[in-house]
Design a protein around this ligand. Structure first.
Ligand code: NAD
Ligand code: TDX
Length: 333
């Protein structure tokens, strides 16, 4: 198995999950080690993984690595919306050109591909809209990040239809868990509190994200690899679309022994998507998937485990903290 972006947040958790639950796979990781990639995320298992430092935009390298594998699981991407608003180019390059290189290699060598994508390709819902995204929802991305992910999904769909490549796609909601970069919402707030800085809520905090624990995302990816119908798309979500950002910050404050209002409002994100909500009925009924971390109680349990991880691994994030906060401060965030 070739895992692109395996030194990043979800990819690294996926590699750990694979070695723990699916030892039949021999894993090669290709990762450029951008600011978001950290080989330490694989430290305890590096002797069991073939690690290649490289860029998915390097067509020759991708051709060689894909030729040597049976299946490609494609996580590598520029992944942070706020960065895409500051400088969109790396998003276009990695998310679109990188995916194109993988598709061409997969087509040439007739290999299986699973492409990892996001709910953000569908745009957003109004706060009072009870609907959820399904596999049939039309694409309507808002940000440079989500539009390049939408572009990559369209490429995969076109290569399936035009060239008959053996591929599946999954679109998942917001993940949380260990090894997530501290620029992202949940680890930023946890590490703020651990650094005695007040958590930062964009705008009013009414926005809703359909949070899922990263292990639940990865169990779904393995199920799709094993049983998914070639050519199909699967929505992954854990039914957490009733928790807004304000409620998440308040819960983090409470779990970390602060008053529920020990946070501050900062500048909103331009073009901020309001509400994401996922309907994962197809994955549950056709493939029998069930998340392990469920509902508000599940988020409490998953968040507590995540808080514990950041508390116990401060050497993993300390060195980056001041730099990340300085970048946010420039935007009044
Ligand atoms: P991340 O930013 O934590 O990790 C991305 C990894 O890709 C890093 O290790 C980075 O070094 C690597 N990378 C970046 N550009 C590369 C390139 N050109 N060549 C090789 N490697 C490169 O991201 P993440 O949160 O783990 O997201 C992984 C995937 O899951 C992405 O495709 C993202 O769109 C998707 N996704 C993320 C979420 C989420 O909540 N984080 C939700 C749904 C889907
Ligand atoms: O400090 C913050 N305060 C705040 O209120 C930060 C960093 C974020 N927010 C808000 C913005 C969002 O409404 O929290 C929400 C989550 O923000 P992010 O962690 O930046 O995630 P989001 O923009 O929703 O995108 C994430 O989920 C979908 C991932 O970063 C994407 O890669 C994935 O596709």
């Amino acid at each position: 198995m070739l895992v692109t972006g395996g030194a990043g947040f979800i990819g690294a958790n996926f590699v750990h999950y694979t070695l723990n639950h699916k030892p039949e796979f021999e894993v090669t990781v290709i990762d450029k080690l951008t600011y978001a990639g950290n080989p330490d995320n694989l430290k305890s298992i590096l002797d069991r993984v073939n690690f290649v430092t490289g860029d998915i935009c390097d067509r020759e390298l991708m051709d060689k690595l894909v030729a040597e594998t049976d299946i490609v699981v494609h996580f590598a991407a520029e992944s942070h919306n706020d960065n895409s608003l500051r400088n969109p180019w790396p998003f276009v390059e990695t998310n679109i050109i990188g995916t194109y290189n993988i598709l061409e290699a997969v087509r040439k060598h007739d290999k299986r591909l699973h492409h990892i994508s996001t709910d953000e390709v569908f745009g957003d819902l109004e706060l009072d809209d009870p609907n959820r995204f399904t596999e049939e929802t039309p694409y309507n991305p808002s940000s440079p990040y989500s539009s390049t992910k939408a572009g990559s999904d369209h490429l995969v769909r076109a290569w399936i239809r035009s060239f008959g490549i053996k591929a599946t796609i999954s679109n998942c909601s917001n993940n949380y868990g260990p090894y997530q970069h501290i620029e992202k919402f949940i680890p930023r707030q946890i590490t703020n509190i651990l650094s005695d800085i007040k958590p930062k809520l964009y705008g009013t905090g009414e926005q809703v994200r359909d949070w899922i624990h990263v292990d639940d995302h990865n169990s779904a990816v393995h199920l799709i690899i094993e049983k998914g119908k070639l050519g199909d798309t699967y929505i992954i979500g854990a039914d957490n679309d009733h928790v807004n950002n304000k409620a998440v910050i308040e819960l983090i404050c409470e779990l970390m022994g602060k008053g529920a209002d020990w946070y501050e409002h900062v500048n909103d994100r331009p073009g901020h998507d309001m509400r994401y909500a996922m309907n994962s009925t197809k994955l549950r009924t056709e493939l029998g998937w069930q998340p392990q971390y469920t509902d508000q109680g599940g988020m409490r349990e998953g968040l507590q485990a995540t808080i514990d991880w950041y508390s116990e691994n401060d050497e993993w994030w300390q060195a980056e903290k001041a730099k990340v906060e300085a970048k946010y401060a420039e935007q009044g965030q």
